[in-house]
Design a protein around this ligand. Structure first.
Ligand code: HDD
Length: 688
């Protein structure tokens, strides 16, 4: 029996059990969703079964082409809040008024893997932001690294082909440790600076919420008077810059391939909203001219020590998508989408991107009307998203009124709808840069130096991170079977730093080749501590946004557990009680406590710090359980704080835990859990 019911302003047909009525795509109520239409109970099915045909037909078409790069991604809604007006340098609406919020949709991604690949390979992370400003959508399509591999967009297909699965064998998936990638890298010295960044822990972020974001290119701001200012965009995570280490990330990939997607979803769900300080580096033509590198070259940074990052707002992600496909998968970003007050520069990488994204969205989403998909739709002033004379095409969703689909027209004089008109003063205007020259296919001499900033990066690193970089090179090149490619990489790296090259060569048991020729002198720039991840300015000693696991078993000390859990919670940590069994564990005082996770399903690699509270008999049992021993051994090996009571000591001993300041009693654990113990690394790992 069906009846009509009104919910939230909409009227639905509902069943007797209060479910909405199941219908076909065309609104016809369905009587049976369990069986095809047949002749007789065991007879042949009938072609007239429209309920079946429509359902299967739709299912067969459920997939659209995955993105050629950045196929694996996760998104969230939120807002940008302006905290300092930039009225003097740009007329962009979102930067005018302190306190004004602009809605955003952000999609994070890895680059090389397919849509179903793991979240945690060594890879650059995409950080694409769609700002729904009152003057249209602005897409800032950046990464978590402030530079790029190549200088000219014409090399992008070559770069991506070399990085993705090898063409004949279809592997490796989401990994750069293979011949073709390093063949390309070694033949293109302009990639050397990026090679340093991708071999660092930057490509192993713990969470999307703990990575930096960068707009990379130099853009232009334009103020109301038409004055231009160069700008580079920066995002700094409020939760601090936190990466994993290689062994940890490999183990996370096995334990939870959706680790970062889950983290984003769950963080927002528990109100721990990812947040970034949004900042800008502002500079003018004369500063740009004074630099020993070109600001139009996307393989270069401007160190923060040279041009400070000015914080002008915050980006907060506070709402999960309702539907992954409709929003995250169909979200389409284009660097060509600018708003009045923001403009491009001649960066040849950026210029190539202006074509590519628009083109790919038409292929991926199947129609030039992809801007009408809700997540891509401009919101505009007073809710009016867009107004123009573009018409028709596949999947047109709008129903424009009137006969004026051309401009100019004078239909308004007859009382008809005349349609929109241009706004010369306030509309988007390109900065009228004066350009002249011959048509050439050549690079400027100012793009020739490929090693100075790679050296700057290496020399700015903390020794712990240097060891990770050198070891990452050893690992990746050890997977390269072509000896001439390894040698060519080593020859290039000698121009970065002799010690780095020697460490990698030793790790590969190879002789160092002659250094490769350089096209420009390599300069020693002053080091930039702002670039550090380890012991750098964005490392935060905090439990906010961190997940701490407490391992218990039957008989664990109830008071100690309750107290620790409460203290960790007060300090802002997300606490997971881990136990050999999921469900109720009986504690020392006879009470029971529901474990949040099972030992085998929540390896310590997935946690930021661990505590262990065990009764003597439970510990005696757990030291014979390899998963428990591994849990503790990994926490120690991954340089995490380990808090424990006396009962847990035999388990620590079995796991080879040696005393240091990160191994504490329960009373000191909350403080200790706020950081990693980099000095421990020499004790537990041989690095290059
Ligand atoms: Fe790109 C996607 C970032 C250079 C061509 N790119 C894509 C995404 C990000 C970036 C974050 C995913 C967007 C999303 O979540 O949907 N790409 C960058 C950055 C670059 C860059 C930071 C250099 C500074 N890209 C680049 C070049 C080209 C492309 C030089 C081509 C000439 N990128 C694409 C693309 C993609 C893309 C093929 C695939 C899916 C998409 O565009 O929407 O058009």
């Amino acid at each position: 029996m069906e009846k009509l019911e009104s919910k939230g302003g909409e009227t639905h047909q509902v069943t007797d059990e209060d479910h909405p009525v199941l219908t076909t795509n065309h609104g016809v109520p369905v009587s049976d969703n369990q069986n095809q239409l047949k002749v007789g109970l065991r007879g042949p099915t009938l072609r007239e079964d429209e309920v079946f045909r429509e359902k299967i037909n739709h299912f067969d078409h459920e997939r659209i082409p995955e993105r050629i790069v950045h196929a694996r991604g996760s998104g969230a809604h939120g807002y940008f809040e302006c905290t300092e007006s930039l009225e003097d340098v740009t007329r962009a609406d979102l930067f005018q008024h302190v306190g004004r919020r602009t809605e955003v949709f952000v999609r994070f991604s890895t680059v090389t893997g397919g849509a179903g690949s793991a979240d945690t390979p060594r890879d650059v992370r995409g950080f694409a932001i769609k700002f729904y400003t009152r003057e249209g959508n602005w897409d800032l399509v950046g990464n978590n690294i402030p530079i790029f591999f190549i200088q000219d967009a014409i090399k992008f297909p070559d770069l991506i082909h070399a990085a993705k699965m090898e063409a004949d064998r279809g592997y490796p998936q989401a990994a750069t440790a293979h011949d073709t990638f390093w063949d390309f890298m070694s033949l293109m010295p302009e990639t050397t600076h990026m090679a340093m960044w991708i071999m660092s822990d930057r490509t192993l972020p713990r969470s999307f919420a703990t990575m930096q974001g960068f707009g990379i290119h130099t853009f232009r701001f334009i103020n109301r008077a038409g004055r231009p200012t160069f700008v580079k965009f920066h995002l700094k995570p409020k939760a601090g810059l936190v990466s994993t280490i290689w062994d940890e990330t490999v183990k996370i990939a096995g334990a939870d391939p959706d680790y970062q997607r889950r983290d984003l979803f769950e963080r927002i769900g528990r109100g721990d909203h990812p947040e970034w300080e949004v900042g800008v580096q502002l500079f003018d033509e004369s500063l740009a001219d004074s630099l020993p590198y070109d600001v139009l070259d996307a393989t270069k940074i401007i160190p923060e020590e040279v041009v400070a990052v000015r914080t002008i707002g915050r980006l907060v992600l506070d709402r999960r998508p309702d539907n992954f496909f409709a929003e995250t998968e169909q979200a389409a970003f284009c660097p060509s989408h600018l708003v009045p007050g923001i403009d491009h520069t001649n960066d040849p990488l950026l210029q190539g991107r202006l074509f590519s994204y628009q083109d790919t969205q038409i292929k991926r989403l199947g129609s030039t009307n992809w801007h009408q998909i809700p997540v891509n739709r401009a919101k505009g002033r007073e809710g009016c998203p867009f107004l123009n004379m573009q018409r028709d095409g596949h999947m047109q969703m709008d129903v424009p009124k009137g006969r004026a689909n051309y401009e100019p027209n004078s239909l308004h004089l007859a009382g008809e709808i005349g349609g929109p008109r241009e706004t010369p003063e306030s509309g988007f205007r390109t900065y009228p840069a004066a350009e002249e020259g011959e048509k050439v296919r050549r690079r400027a001499a100012s793009f020739a130096d490929h090693y100075t900033q790679a050296r700057l990066f290496w020399r700015s690193m903390d020794p712990a991170e240097q060891a990770h970089i050198a070891s990452a090179f050893v690992f990746e090149l050890s997977k390269v079977s072509l000896m001439h490619v390894r040698l060519r990489m080593l020859a290039n790296l000698r121009n970065v730093d002799e010690e780095l090259a020697a460490r990698i060569a030793a790790g590969l048991t190879m002789e160092l080749p002659e250094a490769s020729a350089t096209a420009a002198p390599v300069i020693d720039m002053p080091v930039s501590p702002a670039l550090r991840t380890v012991r750098g300015p964005l490392e935060r000693e905090t439990l906010l946004g961190r997940t701490v696991g407490i391992l218990i078993a039957d008989g664990s000390d109830a008071d100690a557990l309750r107290e620790l859990r409460a203290d960790l919670g007060k300090a802002g940590a997300h606490v997971l009680v881990v136990a050999p069994r999921i469900g109720a564990m009986s504690l020392s005082d006879g009470s029971t406590l529901e474990a949040d996770a099972q030992l085998f399903g929540q390896p310590s690699a997935t946690l930021d710090a661990v505590a262990i509270i065990l009764s003597d008999p439970a510990c005696a049992k757990l030291i014979r359980e390899v998963a428990a021993v591994q849990w503790v051994m990994d926490a120690f090996g991954h340089l995490k704080a380990i808090g424990h009571d006396a009962g847990a000591k035999p388990l620590l001993d079995r796991a080879g835990v040696e005393p240091d300041e990160g191994v504490t009693g329960l009373a000191d654990f909350v403080e200790a859990a706020k950081r990693r113990y980099w000095d421990r690394e020499q004790k537990v790992r041989t690095l290059a």
